[in-house]
Design a protein around this ligand. Sequence first.
Ligand code: SAH
Ligand code: SF4
Length: 353
Amino acid sequence: MNKQSIYGLTIEQLTEWFLENGQKKFRAQQVWEWLYKKRVKSFSEMSNINKQCIQLLEEQFEMHTLQLEIKQESKDGTVKFLFKLPDGNLIETVLMRQKYGLSVCVTTQVGCNIGCSFCASGILRKNRDLTSGEIVEQIMNVQLHLDEVGKDERVSHVVVMGIGEPFDNFTNLVTFLKNINSPKGLAIGARHITVSTSGLAPKIYEFADLDLQVNLAISLHAPNNELRTQIMKINRAYPLEKLMPAIDYYLEKTNRRITFEYILLNDVNDHKEEALQLAKLLQNKRHLAYVNLIPYNPVSEHIQYKRSEKESILEFYDTLKKNGINCVVRQEHGTDIDAACGQLRSKQLKKAK
Ligand code: SAH
Ligand code: SF4
């Protein structure tokens, strides 16, 4: 049996583990510090921890369950990591240089069951959920890469927008969020973390109730049920009349701004009519709504979709603006290295066939 990744434990769980194993409580704090602040690569480097305790840790836990397969660097500073999991599955993680800091995009599942018709990750069904440790380790690996580069840079932002539907792996997602946010750990501010969901309405209520201060993004992609079901079949289970009340609940409970993601697909959802419908749909929450217009990254398996023309993108943007909706056209990163969600992985899997 594979040992569990130590990064999957919260500080409370680690403390409990130490107490159960006859160790002092403060050991947990010390180990936590070695993991996240000093960022050592093996238990044996934890020099203020006694030998017996290190042995116990080594017997029970693993520090590296992810193995780096490929690292690609783009001209714009984007770095894409492809990792192999102990069971041979591949996942990807992307580091992006933004004006405001260094942002990492993490994966939460091997594949995705939601099966959106435009997405590279949804082509293969979900193989399994990632453990919380496997999600945290993605950030740790990127931080260790930065440590090695030696410019004293820190991962400052995290977006949960890689492969998978985070709300379909809710418990592990929440442990991950708590760990990277922990002031004694990497201390990545909750306001610098964004979780994106395809709209699993019941989980939006649950997320709101957690009171985490983490940002929420909703992959909307269409302003009416007919079109949304055509693009994202999850809309059958959670149509707009279920999704929008969940969003209203979230807004009321948290008073936090929500980002709505909208991929622009040529001649599918990018007409002026859809922009007007979208503006209407968001009108009553426009003070807390922000629309992210995403130029589609073509996926070779989905030839029916093309990126919208520049003029359509601008017209869509203008129409939203004129109707009082805050929006932005998303800037792209690493297009020369397959940086869109699931693309490097899908290429590798095809090569392996
Ligand atoms: N499953 C979650 C999070 C991962 S996808 C979700 O769907 O929200 C993160 C974002 O990338 C989503 O908004 C998704 O629609 C978008 N995306 C997926 N494939 C894309 C592509 N080929 N081009 C541009 N954006 C894409
Ligand atoms: Fe899954 Fe998100 Fe891709 Fe849809 S867009 S298939 S929910 S990863």
